[in-house]
Write a protein that binds this ligand. Structure first.
Ligand SMILES: NC(=O)c1ccc[n+]([C@@H]2O[C@H](COP(=O)([O-])OP(=O)(O)OC[C@H]3O[C@@H](n4cnc5c(N)ncnc54)[C@H](OP(=O)(O)O)[C@@H]3O)[C@@H](O)[C@H]2O)c1
Length: 249
């Protein structure tokens, strides 16, 4: 047993510039992984990479825009030496564009599907072959309980997050023979910029509806990601890890 260590593993986390992705990157680094931090905000990524390096970890910032899935492959072909053999991929980047369905236009629908689902497809497509060749890999897709239970005002987001679960299960079956596992994490409501906009009263109501009586913290999700990336999770694939304080049971 290695206590969920990731020593020597090279990991790429999308949406690592803040929130859940940043927390996953920090935890991975603490467990010994080498990190590629990917998102659009280069300055934030660079600040985090510098901080991780100052703590003795190997980390690089790599600008990546998932709203342009066609450009993802060439961007990932430009990963710096020593960081190009990605063994652990966390498809975490995501956006919302909420609206009641009758008011949701095609642009809002497509924007969310493109970044949250097609973006994950594009990154995985670029990196899965290397994992298969090396006969070792971990793909972790950050979905949401909204993809399991739906949420009014989030038809686009729910469709994308449910899509990520189907994607994970299909890919788990395809890649298992090459020792690459594919799992999803379904967070409940987590305290980040994404949920900050909720009115105080909505947060209180939400907390009352969660059996563990609090919103999730980014580290609650990062802990699950570390586990799924670790050697200890070698026999888990096609699983959806629900981290929601019991909101979804
Ligand atoms: N917070 C929650 O309650 C909650 C619950 C369930 C699931 N989730 C999921 O967890 C993931 C992280 O959420 P969060 O709460 O940490 O959100 P967040 O604070 O808004 O962070 C989103 C991350 O995604 C990146 N991103 C957005 N658009 C991108 C693009 N076009 N290309 C590359 N990166 C992009 C952002 O970086 P840049 O802006 O720098 O590109 C940022 O790092 C998302 O997939 C979200 O759906 C969150």
């Amino acid at each position: 047993m290695s206590d969920f260590r990731l020593d020597g593993r090279t990991a790429l986390v999308t949406g690592a510039s803040q929130g859940i992705g940043e927390a996953i990157a920090r935890r991975f680094a603490a467990q010994g992984a080498r990190l590629v931090l990917a998102a659009r905000s280069e300055d934030k990524l660079e600040t985090l990479a510098e901080e991780l390096r100052s703590q003795g970890s190997d980390a690089v910032a790599h600008r990546l825009d998932l709203a342009d899935p066609e450009g993802v492959k060439s961007r990932l072909d430009e990963l710096p030496d020593g960081f190009s053999d990605i063994e652990v991929l966390v498809n975490n980047a995501g956006i919302t564009a909420d609206n009641l369905f009758v008011r949701m236009d095609l642009e809002q629908w497509e924007r969310v599907l493109k970044t949250n689902l097609t973006g994950a497809y594009a990154v995985t497509r670029a990196l899965a072959r290397g994992m298969m060749r090396r006969r070792w890999g971990r793909i972790i897709n950050v979905s949401s309980v909204v993809g399991l239970m739906g949420n009014a005002g989030q038809a686009n987001y729910a469709a994308a997050k449910a899509g990520l679960i189907g994607f994970s299960k299909a890919l788990a079956r395809e890649l298992a023979s090459r020792n690459v596992t594919v799992n999803a994490i379904a967070p409940g409501f987590v305290r980040t910029a994404m949920t900050e906009e909720l009115p105080e009263q909505s947060k209180k109501d939400l907390e009352a509806s969660i059996p563990l009586r609090r919103l999730g913290e980014v580290d609650d999700i990062a802990a699950g990601a570390v586990f799924l990336a670790s050697e200890e999770a070698a026999y888990i694939t096609g699983h959806v890890l629900n981290i929601s304080g019991g909101l979804y049971i």
